[in-house]
Write a protein that binds this ligand. Structure first.
Ligand code: KE4
Length: 429
């Protein structure tokens, strides 16, 4: 009998390209049919056919307090009853700005938007307006949303023009974007030595979650900070994923580095569409309506979305929230490493706060090139064994995973039991 999931996917595919809206890469990398869900509660999800899963995607990060948290749902329902949108300011936005400023003090001023893509795109525009320069530097394997200037792959040499990584992006737009290798301090120094004074901004995931989990070296981030300061380039930390997740104050608190600007998303909306960008007051003052850099949004600062974020941010400020989240995530990672070892499978894993990376390679990679060498076939087999057992991991070897405060010891134990079987089936082939 055809499952409801299969029927929905086939019908969706006729109307929606690839049958999906989020995530667009769907199950292309691992094969099979994307799962259609109908319910989530705490650490669990249920698909349209009633199958239960432990969720390690967390809607790509936002659901840090678990699905359908009663405090978040109640607040959203109450605010929604007073109208869904005004297109005009509310006190909730002030509350959010105050909270962001308290938790991430480098964000002296902040503007709310509706997605991570908008946040990074707008931050770059402000940085360019502020410096009067065009060149943008990013790192191979980091993802900052889908605006044109960021869909760029590295050219062959340090100073060659970036090339579009997507059809539809004009070469002229990509040409302003330079791509360097993550964690490669020397290439940073070389680039700044050559064209440092032409660089408007450098955007970076301070802990990367978009090529699997990649951890920065302190020296790399420190050097980046020093070079940007020396050459007057704006340093943008894209904390859309790491914000409020790797630590209450984000990666900038964890590594003690103060960026000029920060972008936020995911957790800040608690599952509804909110993004934010902000930073030094002198830079943010360039923004409309005060300054010459234009940016706007019909639903920016939407009261219902901001409420979901505010309630989530209240919950994550409870004492030891992040220590417990990090410990639970580490328990999962250590258990997986032990299970793989027992089964004789080449595997490594690590975590930062509530984010984790699983790699079918001897040691945890430190760059895009190293990640690409991991055993993708083994990941895909492991992914499907786990999915069959009711464990929902990111459907790609190049995504970080997420644990929420709702993941219990039983959830971790259940996951590790499934993983033992999955690793054993890999080693038996
Ligand atoms: P959104 O526009 O998807 O809200 O945010 C873009 C973005 C910006 N910066 C970072 C560091 C991000 O991780 C993201 C989005 N993350 C992906 C996770 N791989 C969202 C899911 C997807 O579409 O792939």
């Amino acid at each position: 009998m055809t499952s409801l999931n299969q029927t929905l996917f086939e019908k969706s595919s006729k109307l929606i390209p690839g049958g999906v809206n989020s995530p667009v890469r769907a199950f292309r990398s691992v094969g099979g049919t994307p799962i259609f869900f109908k319910k989530g509660l705490g650490s669990k999800l249920w698909d349209v056919d009633g199958k239960e899963y432990i969720d390690y995607i967390n809607s790509w990060g936002p659901m840090i307090v678990g699905h359908a948290h009663p405090q978040v749902i109640k607040a959203v329902q109450e605010v929604a009853a007073n109208s869904l949108s005004f297109g005009a300011p509310t006190g909730l936005e002030l509350e959010m700005a105050e909270l962001i400023n308290k938790l991430v003090p480098s964000m002296e001023q902040v503007r709310l938007v509706s997605s991570g893509t908008e946040a990074t795109m707008s931050a770059i525009r402000v940085a360019r307006g502020f410096t009067g320069r065009n060149k943008l530097v990013k790192f191979e394997g980091c993802y900052h949303g889908h605006s044109d200037a960021l869909l760029v792959k590295a050219g062959s040499g340090l100073l060659t023009f970036g090339e579009p990584s997507s059809a539809g992006v004009p070469a002229e737009v990509a040409a302003h974007t330079l791509t360097l290798e993550y964690n490669n301090t020397q290439s940073l120094k070389d680039l700044f030595a050559q064209i440092g004074d032409e660089i408007a901004c450098v955007i970076i995931e301070p802990v990367v979650g978009n090529m699997n989990l990649i951890v920065p070296t302190q020296e790399f981030l420190q050097t980046l900070r020093e070079l940007c300061t020396k050459h007057g380039a704006v340093l943008i930390f894209d904390e859309v994923m790491t914000g409020f997740r790797v630590a209450l104050g984000g990666a900038q608190a964890l590594y003690n580095i103060k960026p000029d600007m920060t972008t936020l998303g995911k957790v800040i909306g608690g599952g509804l569409p909110v993004g934010a960008f902000g930073g030094r007051k002198d830079i943010m003052q360039c923004l409309a309506p005060l300054g010459a850099v234009y940016q706007a949004g019909t639903l920016s600062g939407n009261p219902v979305a901001v409420t979901a974020g505010l309630e989530t941010l209240k919950l994550i400020q409870t004492p030891d929230f992040h220590a417990k989240l990090a410990a639970q995530t580490k328990k999962l990672v250590d258990g997986l490493v032990a299970a793989a070892k027992e089964a004789g499978v080449v595997f490594s894993a690590q975590s930062v706060g509530g984010m984790f990376g699983l790699y079918f390679s001897e040691k945890c990679p430190t760059s895009f090139a190293e990640v690409m060498q991991s055993n993708k076939e083994n990941f895909n087999k492991f992914f499907h064994s786990m999915l069959d057992a009711g464990i929902y991991l990111g459907p790609s070897a190049f995504e970080a995973g997420f644990v929420s405060a709702a993941h219990t010891d039983e959830d971790i134990a259940f996951t590790l039991k499934a993983a033992k079987k999955a690793f054993l089936s890999l080693s038996n082939h």
